[in-house]
Design a protein around this ligand. Structure first.
Ligand code: GLC
Length: 751
């Protein structure tokens, strides 16, 4: 048989298999829809409403079992005991009338037992595979106790570090958040939702929650449809494209409409425009909170507005199970609407395989804190760390350093280091910097440990003296400062982002010893630490790095690893600069950095003498650090980017190539960033927007070409006519190490 026939048969076989698989999955889907229809035909209205009612677990398993037996709930959150989960599931499968499995849920935001850096820290890695791996490991650990649904990823864009939940998301940038959100979903849900370790992900909080006025949680937002569509919605559309199983509504009212009652976003955009087929859950009590918003008169009104807006499942406020039967009877809610909601919920339960495999195997090997999980968490902490400053190459620590003072309230704070949203992580497993450094250096280096302050808010400055004394005896000081974990996360907003307590005094006192001072920051957000940075010779920003933060930081400080993190959001100099973000509009009078600042203003200066541009007299315009910024122990040199063409049409793909060289002495990784500016649009456009990024490892001295493919279609935006269009004209393009560097090159899009 000659080769042609052989290869033809081979490819025909491949084609048959793939079609068969495609048919199989389609047949599976068709069968699922048939099963759902058959089940819904059997269900009473009460049983349908039961599926739409999520409750939070509580101790009395008898009461929980009775609710399940009566078909009054279809999902339980915050139950993590596999024995209880199986017992409750058995009641659902064997004692309820229709045997519909319960969907058990838990917030697994950046780890279940093995805790990864907070998502804002993971975003600093600019490494989607790292984020996917973290979510995969979280799913393996969580599913091992019976959790089959998590309320993550949080993909709210935010430009306001006063907002405590900034810690939970991936920062200020639409493209970075879109990529990281999709990676998380892939990690949680695995290759198939019915995988043994797969758990349903949840794109939250839909939508605009990160823009709460004043950075104060639960506050109103005022986002135009155009801003929603160009900045806040794309990560959620990317989540739908990534196959996310569920969505969660947000607490905020945008333009006067609470998301939980907003049919435009839940029906018109999410389902009609994007084709979402999963189900939507309300955020905690946000259905009944529409009464407090003043958007609903009472529980019945709230239930009616949420159901008719497209909220399929109500989390904990219990208005559906209480009011919806009467609403249907009064024709205020159609039973077909209820059926659609139940259909969406049952679809995910079928796709998770819960009807066939409702129980968790309690005899499976314990995966908690497995070595490979800890190794991944350490790698995530390494890549999440950002080197903000490194004068005189203070870092990495040299071999002539024989005595080190380790000070600060975050040096040995196992609980605080884990960060916000940790329900199941255990501080006992945290490896702190103090322990890790002692283990790393052994007898090579003398470590003197004096915390100086007991915790980040500690105002007892009397304990600073011993720390200063220790520092005076050392060759180098490592100061670990930042925030206790409780100071960020839900409802934990700050009006002042300076270091808490007497930490700033501690840094000043350490600086006054004249010893080299390395400051390591663990926090849930960017902090306004300009003064402390000036006083430090080197600064490593680690956010809250999770279980393995200690070994990661130790390896970074001693050069076993080289920092590669980049700021996932702008670091303001002062709170007053907020919102400060790189992808701002130019305005008619952009700052030119030659304005006269406060300390240089002449007495009796004339009204228009200081510069009539968009800046602050007391803070100028520039932030402390721009988006995408981070140093390395080495240096990188960027060549002049070359474009495949400087004149392109909408259906073209622009190829951008740039030569990158590691011009220093350390093997290291650079995060190369590609930004584009639409110079003139039917509406004003941002001065630049991130469109691609890539982590590029290079050995010392090595150089290579880096190439990006950018379809011109991706330059589309929601324009003056509220149409998603690429508008012909001139564009600037940068390939750079951060959002403020580089020289633009121009290309044209022609119609
Ligand atoms: C909270 C949060 C949400 C979380 C949910 C369940 O209030 O807003 O992000 O998933 O309740 O814990």
């Amino acid at each position: 048989m000659n080769n042609i026939i052989k290869y033809s048969l081979f490819f025909l076989t491949l084609l048959f298999i793939s079609c068969a698989q495609h048919d199989k999955s389609n047949n599976n889907q068709e069968q699922i829809e048939k099963n759902i229809d058959a089940l819904i035909r059997k269900m009473t209205l009460e049983e349908k409403l039961g599926q739409m009612n999520q409750i939070t677990s509580y101790l009395n398993i008898e009461d929980l079992s009775n609710l399940i037996k009566k078909g009054e709930t279809g999902s339980i959150l915050n139950e993590t005991d596999p024995v209880r989960i199986n017992a409750l599931q058995r009641v659902a499968m064997e004692e309820s009338r229709l045997g519909i499995p319960i969907l058990f849920a838990r917030d697994v935001i950046h780890g279940f037992k093995t805790i990864f850096p907070i998502p804002l820290g993971q975003a600093a890695s600019f490494n989607p595979l790292l984020v996917e791996t973290g979510a995969r490991i979280s799913a393996i650990e969580a599913s091992s106790v019976g959790i089959k649904w998590t309320f993550a990823p949080m993909i709210d864009i935010s430009r306001d570090p006063r907002w405590g939940r900034i810690a939970e998301g991936f920062g200020e940038d639409t493209y970075l958040t879109s990529v990281m959100g999709a990676a998380s979903i892939k990690g949680y849900q695995g290759d198939s939702l019915n995988g043994r370790t797969s758990i349903a992900a949840c794109a939250k909080h839909f939508v605009g929650y990160g823009a709460v006025e004043g950075g104060r949680d639960y506050n109103s937002t005022h986002l135009s449809e155009r801003l929603l569509r160009n900045v806040f919605l794309p990560p959620f559309e990317a989540a739908v494209q990534a196959g996310v199983a569920t969505f969660m509504t947000s607490f905020n009212d945008n333009d006067g409409i609470p998301s939980t009652g907003n049919r435009f976003i839940l029906e018109d955009i999410l389902r009609k425009e994007w084709g979402f087929k999963g189900f939507v859950v309300s955020d905690w009590a946000s259905v009944s909170e529409m009464i407090t918003h003043g958007f609903a008169a009472d529980d019945a009104d709230a239930a009616m507005k949420a159901i008719n807006a497209g909220v399929d499942m109500e989390m904990v406020s219990g208005t559906y199970i209480k009011e919806a039967k009467q609403l249907v009877g009064a024709n205020k809610v159609k039973e077909s609407t209820i059926d659609n909601a139940v259909r969406d919920i049952l679809r995910i339960k079928y796709m998770l395989g819960l009807f066939d495999n409702p129980y968790v195997e309690t005899n499976q090997p314990n995966t908690f804190y497995a070595n490979n999980h800890l190794a991944s968490a350490k790698q995530a902490a390494i890549e999440s760390a950002i080197l903000l400053k490194n004068d005189q190459q203070t870092l990495p620590i040299k071999s002539n350093i024989k005595t080190i003072a380790i000070v600060g309230p975050m040096a040995n704070a196992p609980y605080e280091q884990l960060g916000t949203w940790i329900f199941d992580g255990e501080k006992e497993y945290t490896q702190t910097p103090l322990k890790a450094i002692k283990k790393l250096v052994g007898n090579e280096v003398q470590i003197i440990y004096e915390p100086g302050l007991a915790y980040s808010r500690d105002n007892n400055s009397t304990t600073i003296t011993p720390a200063v004394t220790a520092a005076s005896k050392a060759d180098l000081i490592l100061a670990f400062v930042g925030e206790e974990s409780i100071l960020s996360g839900e409802a934990h907003c700050l009006a002042d982002l300076d270091l808490q307590g007497k930490q700033s005094e501690l840094i000043s006192a350490l600086k006054n010893t004249g010893k080299p001072l390395v400051t390591i920051v663990m926090a849930g957000r960017p902090l306004t630490i300009e003064k402390e940075i000036e006083q430090s010779d080197a600064v490593l920003y680690c956010f809250h790095p999770g279980t393995m933060g200690g070994p990661a930081i130790a390896d970074l400080l001693w050069g076993k690893e080289v920092p590669s993190g980049k700021t996932p959001m702008t670091f303001p100099k002062k709170v007053g600069q907020i919102p400060a973000y790189y992808s701002h509009n130019n305005t008619g009078r952009p700052a030119n950095r030659s304005e006269t600042l406060l300390h240089n203003i002449p007495i009796e200066a004339g009204q228009t003498s200081l510069g009539c541009t968009s800046f602050y007299l007391d803070a100028g315009f520039d932030p402390l650090y721009p988006f995408g910024y981070g140093l390395s122990y080495t240096t990188f040199q960027y060549g002049e980017p070359t474009l495949s063409s400087t004149q392109l049409k909408e259906n073209d793909v622009l190829t951008v190539r740039v030569e990158l060289q590691n011009t220093g002495n350390y093997d290291a990784t650079e995060v190369v960033q590609l930004y584009v500016q639409d110079k003139v649009g039917s509406t004003t456009r941002p001065v630049k927007e991130l469109k691609r990024f890539m982590r590029v490892p290079l050995k010392a001295g090595e150089k290579r070409y880096v190439s990006f493919e950018l379809p011109i279609k991706e330059l589309a935006f929601w324009n003056i006519d509220m149409k998603y269009k690429v508008e012909p004209g001139e564009f600037n393009l940068w390939v750079a190490p951060d959002s403020q560097s580089g020289t633009p090159i121009m290309f044209k899009v022609v119609s």
